[in-house]
Write a protein that binds this ligand. Structure first.
Ligand SMILES: Cc1cc2nc3c(=O)[nH]c(=O)nc-3n(C[C@H](O)[C@H](O)[C@H](O)COP(=O)(O)O)c2cc1C
Ligand SMILES: CCCCC(=O)C(=O)O
Length: 353
């Protein structure tokens, strides 16, 4: 049964699980499988969520939490919330308004969106529709001139932050959704790549750290590497003068049997020694998950599937609801753990069982 796209029906959905159920009912089975799926046996996909479940909060008492504030400064910008919308490609398959709806919702809530290279609508269309300038996620084609033109489009749209995805030299083995990704890549609209030569291949198996230098010479955007999961690579990124990192395993869709994102965070944070912000994505389903990540050193977090559940269930209103639910959980969680502002959080708030 398809849900009516009204704010009122979205308001009735109490948490992300309910939005997930509504999304499942709205999407064709192959689109649902593409959204939910991962690689191989989907061990890492499950771990991303399970690893939050193995951690517990250590709340502090008798702290004045009457004026909670979730704002933060990131790359010279004041953000209202540390929860960002992760880059998710081909959003037009989840709802006809795709990224335009997601971006309008993000703008309405003062939250930042990251637009994928393979977005249905171009980053310029997203800016025009929402009035918000997103971050841009970069997949590279083997043709450097094409990549350069793509970066130019992001710059022309006003983007200040470029997230280079580094966990996809090839695509993961997506048994759960068969050839859907390849078909999408071949047949879906990709607004950012229209009119560019050699734009059908969006990954480049020959990419190395030299490409980060290449990027640095060609753009003034901040460069963030998305997909770093080890201290070793965090150190290399720091030596290359990268501006930020996103600890991520691509929502368990690339390498299977890698560790959960939250299990990779501490070593990455410790390797960068405060020299750049470290973000995290993967498995965040409740405000308390975000609190754990922030307490363990993440400057901010991104959610992927959760906002897409909203998009599928109710377009812009659905994305707004997903973001609203998570933000309300974050605020209440901060009050209940005794940390009215994000800078009060540290690792002492998280413990094992
Ligand atoms: C349907 C789908 C499409 C995605 N497309 C992209 C993409 O185009 N670029 C990218 O860097 N990551 C992509 N990702 C990964 C997300 O940015 C993010 O790392 C992941 O979804 C986070 O995990 P979560 O879904 O548990 O929040 C995609 C994820 C999903 C579920
Ligand atoms: C061209 C690939 C984009 C989608 C993607 O990154 C994913 O399905 O995980």
């Amino acid at each position: 049964m398809t849900q009516p796209n009204t704010s009122a029906s979205m308001q009735a959905l109490l948490n992300l699980r309910e939005l997930e159920r509504a999304a499942a009912a709205s999407l064709a089975p192959e689109v649902w499988a593409y959204l939910q799926g991962g690689s191989d046996d989907m061990v890492t996909l499950g771990e991303n969520v399970a690893a939050f479940g193995r951690r517990f909060l250590r709340p502090r008492r008798l702290v004045d939490v009457s004026a909670p504030d979730t704002s933060l400064e990131l790359f010279g910008e004041r953000l209202a919330s540390p929860i960002l919308l992760a880059p998710v490609g081909f959003q037009g398959i989840f709802h006809p308004e795709g990224e335009l709806a997601s971006a309008r919702a993000a703008a309405a809530r003062g939250q930042r969106m990251i637009v994928s290279t393979v977005s249905t609508y171009s980053v310029a269309e997203v800016v025009a529709a929402s009035g918000q300038v997103p971050w841009f996620q970069l997949y590279t084609t083997p043709v450097r001139a094409t990549t350069q033109a793509l970066i130019g489009r992001a710059e022309d749209a006003g983007c200040q932050v470029l997230c280079l995805t580094v966990d996809a030299p090839v695509f993961g083995n997506r048994e759960s959704h068969g050839t859907t990704l390849l078909e999408l890549n071949a047949s879906s609209r990709k607004g950012n790549l229209e009119g560019l030569d050699g734009a059908s291949a969006v990954v480049d198996a020959s990419l190395t750290w030299e490409f980060v230098d290449w990027l640095r010479e060609r753009t003034r955007m901040r460069i963030v590497l998305k997909g770093i999961v080890t201290a070793e690579d965090a150190t290399l990124a720091r030596e290359r003068g990268v501006d930020g990192l996103i600890v991520s395993n691509h929502g368990g869709r690339q390498l299977d049997r890698g560790r959960a994102s939250i299990d990779c965070l501490a070593e990455v944070v410790s390797a960068v020694e405060g020299h750049m912000p470290v973000l995290l994505d993967g498995g965040i389903r409740r405000g308390t998950d975000a609190i754990m990540a922030l307490a363990l050193g993440a400057a901010a977090v991104c959610v992927g599937r959760p906002f897409v559940w909203g998009l599928a269930a109710g377009g812009q209103a659905g994305v707004e609801r997903a973001l609203e639910v998570l933000q309300a959980e974050l605020v209440r969680g901060l009050q209940l753990v005794g940390a009215p502002t994000l800078d009060r959080l540290d690792a002492s708030f998280v413990g094992p069982r």
